[in-house]
Ligand binder design. Structure first.
Ligand code: ADE
Length: 242
């Protein structure tokens, strides 16, 4: 997969592409990441990419002609173009899975007061990573690229993400490691039993418990298997009688 990121601040991505799992995915040709500077597509000698808002007001607005030239010079028929904006559709693991199937995605970062409204007409989708406003789209673009890359084949072991929170629509079960006992707080015995059937049952039940207690909305409308139904009933009885 190829990920292209359009930004006014290319250096913000140095750490992102240069460390840990993302670096390894790039080195192993799982993903190619290209960081594109808007200033390359400015057509004035001072490399301006923004201007004051029409009608007045604070801050600067990124020009639509600059973004249009940057998109046209860097996209093809297969490029899925996403605009980073707090006004966009709320990003979720379901969208991550969709994006992970694309050949090429382009993430467009705003900065300052945002971009000229006409830019919305140049993109396939507008995405927000949450109901808060950041100083620019760079951190959202990193969040989205990171969440997509970890789902690509050979980026991480698929066993590691199948049980993750949200991947299967539930929050992840609790994890423990050594020491087995610390400050009087012990690892649940079943996890030390070596009985994989029991361990899997424990994990499913605790995953349902976390979801029931913290994100009951995720259970609404979910089609439960017989086993999930049984464990969820047990969880509800236990929690409601506490
Ligand atoms: N740009 C600024 N805030 C944002 C957000 N919450 N999501 C996506 N892009 C943004």
């Amino acid at each position: 997969m190829k990920i292209k990121i359009l930004t006014l601040f290319p250096d913000m991505f140095n750490g992102f592409v240069g460390e840990s799992i993302i670096k390894r995915a790039i080195d192993n040709n799982v993903v190619e990441i290209e960081i594109i500077d808007y200033r390359t597509y400015s057509n004035d000698k001072h490399n301006h990419v923004d201007d004051t808002p029409c009608g007045g007001g604070a801050g600067m607005v990124i020009r639509c002609d600059v973004i249009d030239r940057a998109i046209k010079a860097n996209s093809g028929d297969n490029t899925y173009i996403c605009l980073m904006t707090p006004q966009g559709e709320r990003y979720s693991e379901a969208i991550t899975k969709e994006l992970a199937l694309k050949d090429e995605i382009m993430l467009i970062c705003g900065h300052y007061e945002g971009f000229d409204e006409r830019v919305r007409g140049y993109v396939d989708r507008e995405l927000s990573i949450g109901d808060y406003v950041l100083t620019g789209g760079e951190i959202p673009a990193m969040a989205i690229a990171d969440s997509v890359i970890r789902l690509l084949d050979n980026a991480i072991n698929s066993e590691s993400y199948k049980d993750d929170s949200y991947y299967n629509g539930l929050l992840e079960y609790p994890q423990y490691t050594r020491p087995v006992e610390y400050n009087g707080d012990s690892v649940p015995e079943v996890l030390l039993s070596g009985n994989h059937k029991k361990i899997n049952e424990y994990r499913l039940k605790e995953s349902l418990r976390k979801t029931y207690l913290r994100r009951p909305d995720l259970l609404e409308g979910r089609l439960l298997s017989k086993e999930e139904e049984k464990f969820l009933k047990e969880v509800k009885d236990e929690e409601d009688n506490k």
